[in-house]
Design a protein around this ligand. Structure first.
Ligand SMILES: *Cc1c(COP(=O)(O)O)cnc(C)c1O
Length: 393
């Protein structure tokens, strides 16, 4: 065969909904040599990583660790370990990842009660309270910020509801953690799972997760052999991360190094500062979009800090615009799924790319590409509006 050349990807500015350009510090950490699975350096690194993610999740949960999988894998690990056939689950379903929670819970044999919502909206407290009263589920499972719609579900009052019916509270914080306030303990979340490739500034393939004592007790109650996945058996993964170090899989050393560095980068900046940086750059991007004369998508009051949906102007071919942006400027923005396919673009300002230069370059490039594709845009309006946000910050 002709052996293909070495990996040498083109330079891209990844301004979609993830993955994003990885922080160079994280790439360097991932270039480190391996140590053995039980090397004291390895076990110390696992413990340090767990401690770092307790800070990132704002939790005291002892059972905070890394699931070696993409974010979807951590959702599956949590659900397959917690849910037995017939268990009732309530899911507010307001985007692609709400659908994913429904689907994974159904595959676990759960009786899923979805609250189906229009994409771009969130569930009201009353909608969730009514469904909880009717179903009295084992678990209330919600996406926090759904990148498919850019919108975040408020968690106010959900813990109280769960206490009323003895339910566990699960949150998918993949898209929001690090870039938006996610207060695991203050919000009373029992299980939260994430991924590195959004606001955490790392690559996909590693999923930080945290479990309350209540969630651990629910998983322990299913021991020894009822969990229908070996790889995603959280009871076994807890043992592996505990001081007993019972062998499960080989911890994905390189991803662990990456996850540890992501958390270090965030905590050195300060978690609140990092959230503030996402808020500022997200506001600048939103102002820039409006400054170009484009219309943002969805309930802006509930928009996540780190991603904005943009209505594709009438008569403009959304995919052609994305192609030109990528080909001529090396800038990637996101397409959309489901009911929003062909209707909006999604532009992210997250992790390493939540920066002024990345925002200004994206807005300038978008203006020029839109004009070349026949859209009417306000000359300089995007960059000027973004500058205005930075000037008044
Ligand atoms: C991106 C995302 C995921 C999926 O992450 P993968 O790493 O692709 O498995 C899950 N949930 C939410 C809310 C996301 O934004």
């Amino acid at each position: 065969m002709d052996i293909p050349g070495p990996i040498n990807p083109p330079a891209r500015l990844l301004m979609g909904p993830g993955p994003i350009n990885v922080d160079p510090r994280v790439l360097r950490a991932m270039a480190a040599q391996l140590v053995g699975q039980y090397d004291p350096y390895m076990t110390a690194t696992m413990n340090e990583t767990a401690a770092l993610y307790r800070e990132v999740f704002a939790t005291a949960n002892a059972h905070t660790l890394i699931v070696d999988a993409t974010a979807r894998g951590a959702i599956e690990a949590a659900f397959v370990s917690l849910l037995e056939p017939g268990d009732r689950v309530v899911v507010p379903n307001f985007g692609r990842f709400g659908h994913l929670l429904v689907e994974i819970a159904q595959r676990c044999g759960a009786e899923v009660h979805a609250i189906d919502l229009e994409w771009g909206t969130v569930a009201t407290y009353e909608q969730i309270a009514d469904e909880m009263a009717r179903v009295q589920p084992k678990m209330l499972a919600s996406v926090h910020g759904d990148t498919s719609t850019t919108i975040a579900q408020p968690f106010d009052g959900l813990r109280e509801l769960c206490d009323r019916y003895g339910s566990l509270l699960y949150a998918d914080v993949t898209a929001s953690l690090g870039g938006n306030v996610v207060d695991t303990d203050a919000w009373g979340i029992d299980v939260a799972t994430a991924g590195l490739q959004k606001c955490l500034g790392g690559p996909p393939g590693s999923a930080p997760a945290t479990f309350s004592e209540r969630a651990v007790a629910a998983i322990d109650a299913r021991r020894p052999d009822l969990i229908r996945s070996n790889y995603f058996d959280m009871a076994m993964i807890f043992d592996y991360w505990s001081d007993r170090r019972l062998n499960h899989h080989t911890e994905a050393t390189t991803m662990l190094f990456g996850a540890r560095e992501c958390a270090r980068v965030i905590l050195e900046e300060g978690l609140t500062n990092c959230q503030g940086r996402h808020l500022l750059n997200g506001r600048a991007m939103l102002a820039g979009i409006e400054g170009l004369g484009l219309i943002p998508f969805g309930d802006i009051e509930h928009k996540m800090a780190n991603v904005v949906g943009v209505h594709i102007p009438d008569g403009v071919d959304g995919d052609a615009v994305r192609e030109t942006l990528l080909h001529d400027f090396g800038v990637e923005i996101g397409t959309a799924f489901g009911p929003l396919a062909g209707r909006i673009w999604r532009i992210g300002t997250m992790g390493y790319n939540a920066r002024q230069d990345a925002v200004l370059i994206t807005l300038a490039a978008l203006e020029i590409v839109l004009r070349r594709h026949g859209a009417r845009v306000l000359t300089g309006g995007g960059v000027d509006a973004a500058y205005e946000v930075y000037a008044t910050a």
